[in-house]
Write a protein of this length. Sequence first.
Length: 173
Amino acid sequence: MATTGRKSPGCTGSWAGLALERRTAPWEEGNGMQWLFDQSPIDWAELSELYRLAPLGEKKPDELKRAFSNSMYKCFVLEDGALVGAGRALADGVDCSYLCDIAVHPAFQGRGLGRDITARLSELSAGHKKVILYANPGKEGFYRKLGFRRMRTAMAIFKDQDRAIRTGLIEDG
């Protein structure tokens, strides 16, 4: 498994109920997959397209570059040079790490790549008192299998509150 930038941590041990035992995945058997923890080689237009296809919405390349630049941890997965997965964590180094923007190309979904991106970001965040994420409606079960639990006190303000209500991200009223 090749890496660039930040060295990939070994997936051993567990944290907050998230099983991180080492798994051999198809993309780690030398078939062209590359894990990057440095954003310098990333094509932001390609990442924008990945989010559109995943589908996680329209994200502008320049906004993605700013968001990832301001994130303590980031993870990109390429196959034969093409971006097939990504994710990031906003973190303060002590109290809270927020995993977000975890996306996998549709052709690679269902193979464990999203699970492994989440595991890597969780492991990088292990020194924090809490690791938080919010899931798109219908994806909660996926994250529950990884040890995440529903928060009863989470609140949010979205730029487009009406859309967030329509898509089930927040409750009305």
